[in-house]
Design a protein around this ligand. Structure first.
Ligand SMILES: [Zn+2]
Length: 84
């Protein structure tokens, strides 16, 4: 998360608190349960919404960090940047 400056890699959201808490989670690009890869280049910072969407397969991240968004979901984002 430090290497991403505590910003969501998808939407850029950054929220930090003086008590060293922030809004992003560290997520594994390749699932840790399957690949046991805990290296920093297999990690990415995502906000709570985009961490959930990533875990549900709404988007994926290729090895070159290119983000590919699924068409298999509906979305309404009147006050924020939509995912697709
Ligand atoms: Zn986000």
């Amino acid at each position: 998360m430090h290497s991403c400056n505590y910003k969501c890699a998808f939407c850029g959201m950054k929220v930090t608190m003086s008590i060293k808490q922030n809004i992003v989670d560290g997520a594994h690009i390749k699932p840790f349960a399957k690949f046991s890869d805990n290296r920093i280049d297999n990690g990415i910072s995502l906000c709570k919404n985009h961490h959930w969407a990533f875990d549900k397969g709404l988007f994926t991240i290729y090895d070159n960090y290119k983000i590919i968004v699924s068409n298999n979901f509906q979305e309404e984002s009147p006050n924020s940047k939509p995912m697709k």
